[in-house]
Design a protein around this ligand. Structure first.
Ligand SMILES: *Cc1c(COP(=O)(O)O)cnc(C)c1O
Length: 396
């Protein structure tokens, strides 16, 4: 699942090239860097690989989301529709823009239910943020149609799904902007890092400046740059970019291994009549980082998850998890942010103190995900599949 499983020579070689120049910063120092520009190279490599016009690297997936929000003009008074099942960074970035997260149900794709999205649109809605969870896609045709009909921005949180696609297009490149994370547990990792991708030149220019104190990067050196708007420091370092560069070049190999391992596990689990699988709007585009499946009830799912763990296999029962599902997001429900809230934002968040999501509960309460690792051999994968099937069957 994470690229760190297969760290090796390629990563060391790229890092050493940076260390030999001594220039760890992605901008400037043109004379001393001996033509080594790892961050720029990685941006070009990602753009080429995903067939997208522009890539802006950042320090994390969270800062990529924050940057995309700013570049798209999302801010105070705006509502952003997002799913109940995601990682906390999705709403953190909406809060940091001063906007209001509007949570809606997920369906059996484990991502936004398009009908729930349409029902949640108000005159204040500015954007829809699908989150491509656990390596695979939301129903992008349906979501894009809704956004076009209502003139909304479509911002894809593809942090968990680098390398996945929908109908031939890389996830992250279908909406107005998309974001990726390269943190330590993601498909491709450089320890900490992220990226915004877009086909829109204006959005890209804003991302480029926003991540570097508003520098326009048009001067001959940093001292000659102008600052057309305010920005922050979300710059990735050359060391991180060097690791990412080696990893991205191995992406196709990683995906092939994941897909092969996932098929072995899925074929085995499919022999259990009580189990059904996550619906994939385009199965061919799955990056196969997880196998996600449903048991008939919350009780059977809870028991199966415990049995799988007892057999030594990691099993995520997201329903009880306080990073990924609204049920345990106490800080979100209490709007416990440190910065002063605009009164209307605070008021808009009141609803979450009591709001229930029975449709999401009926999905996430029955769902288990097990990670697909890269480092397993084929024999290990087959043995694991047998253990997994036995644990589930014995729990029923
Ligand atoms: C990991 C993740 C992020 C944030 O990425 P970081 O690099 O850890 O900041 C955002 N959204 C989702 C869905 C994620 O899984």
């Amino acid at each position: 699942m994470p690229g760190y499983e297969l760290f090796g020579e390629a990563e060391r070689k790229e890092v050493n090239e940076v260390l030999e120049t001594g220039i760890l910063m992605r901008y400037g120092f043109d004379g001393s860097r001996k033509g080594i520009w790892k961050a720029k190279e990685l941006e070009n490599e990602i753009s080429k690989k995903l067939k997208v016009r522009y890539t802006q690297l950042t320090t994390s997936g969270t800062s990529a989301l924050t940057t995309a929000m700013a570049a798209l003009g999302i801010g105070a008074g705006h509502e952003v529709i997002m799913p109940t099942f995601t990682f906390v960074a999705s709403f953190e970035s909406i809060f940091s823009a001063g906007a209001i997260p509007v949570l809606v149900d997920v369906d059996d794709t484990l991502t936004l239910d398009p009908k729930a999205v349409e029902a949640a649109i108000t005159p204040n809605t500015k954007a829809v943020m699908p989150v491509h969870m656990c390596g695979a896609m939301a129903d992008m045709d349906a979501l894009k149609a809704i956004c076009e009909k209502h003139n909304l921005l479509l911002l894809e949180d593809a942090c968990q799904s680098f390398g996945a696609s929908y109908k031939g297009k890389a996830l992250g490149t279908i909406g107005h902007a998309g974001t990726f994370s390269f943190d330590f547990v993601k498909t491709i990792t450089c320890a900490e890092g992220g990226a915004v991708v877009t086909n829109d030149a204006d959005v890209y220019t804003k991302c480029d400046g926003y991540t570097d104190h508003g520098h326009d990067h048009l001067g001959v050196d940093r001292g000659a740059d102008q600052h057309p708007f305010l920005g922050y420091n979300y710059r990735i370092s050359e060391l991180h970019a060097a690791v990412g560069l080696a990893q991205v070049r191995r992406l196709d190999d990683f995906l092939a291994v994941q897909k092969a391992h996932k098929k072995i596990l899925k074929d085995a689990v499919a022999t259990i009549p009580e189990v059904t699988f996550r619906r994939l709007p385009d199965a061919a585009g799955d990056s196969a980082t997880f196998l996600s499946f449903f048991l008939p009830t919350e009780q059977t799912a809870r028991k199966a998850a415990a049995a799988i763990k007892a057999a030594g296999i990691p099993a995520f029962f997201w329903f009880d998890n306080n990073w990924h599902y609204i049920r345990q997001w106490q800080h979100f429900k209490q709007s416990a942010v440190l910065t002063p809230f605009a009164a209307e934002l605070q008021q808009a968040m009141e609803v979450y103190k009591t709001k229930e999501f029975p449709a999401s509960d009926a999905i996430i309460g029955r769902c288990i995900s097990t990670p697909i690792n890269l480092a397993w051999t084929e024999e290990e994968t087959i043995a694991r599949a047998e253990k997994l099937v036995k644990a589930i069957k014995d729990s029923l």
